[in-house]
Design a protein around this ligand. Structure first.
Ligand code: SAM
Length: 250
């Protein structure tokens, strides 16, 4: 069918591409890629020879008109990003809203997304969460953002760049205090996949002292604000100690 297909691609492990994703990428007339060179490698790995075009933050609005033209010619188009689900801290929002506004179908395929994948293994509450994308690069902006989220009861999910991870954890410490429970998922689905969890102070200590923890791709998650009544009046430290003891039980 003539539609714009939103196609997630692997976040590391190539085995995570879906067979439907391969079918769609083979059958559309055009693949809009964030970076045609980067995606070229992935597509040729799967033997996909469909024509590619670049769609990134700087040309997205112009390209949208051209892609709508393709759809009006009866040519289906797919959108992919460098990794994971397009539009999730990636280009595509302007394209999707323009295509919908022009009256064409947008068909999403489910697939890899670092935020959801990380959350599913974090051990943090997953019934309610908020995805916050990348934190501001400047310290003040980061601190203000985290302070605004301080009382949010939902699990918080952030994308983070490896060269800023120590500064970001320091901002967490300053804004949320050293006892907030956090989980850092790194290199998920890849060879050096690691999950670190503990209080902000504990995780900061580990990451600071181990340059290997400052490499690769990172999702930072943190427990939402706990009100006093959450654990029926039992202080957080006691609950954490009990949880540790429970883990140690046979
Ligand atoms: N659209 C992508 C998705 O659906 O996850 C995210 C794109 S965003 C530009 C890239 C960020 O996602 C990285 O800086 C990192 O925070 C996170 N990320 C991507 N792949 C990851 C992986 N394998 N492990 C941990 N984090 C990852």
């Amino acid at each position: 069918a003539v539609a714009l297909y939103i196609v997630p691609t692997p976040i590391g492990n190539l085995g995570d591409i879906s067979s439907r994703a391969i079918d769609v990428l083979n059958n559309v007339k055009l693949i809009a890629c964030e970076d045609t060179r980067h995606s070229g490698k992935l597509l040729s790995h799967f033997g996909i020879e469909t024509r590619k075009t670049a769609l990134h933050d700087h040309n997205e609005r112009d390209r949208a008109d051209w892609i709508i033209q393709k759809l009006s010619n009866g040519e289906p188009v797919a959108l992919i990003s460098d990794a994971g689900t397009p539009l999730i801290s990636d280009p595509g929002y302007h394209l999707v809203s323009a295509v919908r506004a022009a009256g064409y179908e947008v068909t999403p395929l489910p697939g890899p997304c670092a935020a959801i994948t990380a959350l599913s293994a974090s051990g943090l509450p997953s019934d309610r969460f908020t995805f916050e994308g990348f934190l501001p690069s400047k310290e003040k902006g980061r601190f203000d953002k985290l302070t605004a989220l301080k009382e949010d009861p939902r699990t918080l999910i952030f994308y983070e760049s490896p060269h800023r991870i120590v500064q970001s954890l320091e901002s967490f410490l300053a804004a949320l205090g050293e006892d907030r429970q956090i989980v850092m998922g790194r290199e998920i689905t890849k060879t050096f996949e690691t999950f670190l969890s503990g209080t902000v102070a504990e995780v900061l200590e580990i990451v600071k002292n181990d340059p290997n923890q400052q490499r690769g791709e990172i999702v930072l998650m943190c427990h939402g604000h706990r009100s006093a009544k959450d654990d029926e009046g039992i202080p957080t430290e006691v609950v954490n100690t009990l949880k540790l003891l429970v883990e140690e039980l046979p």
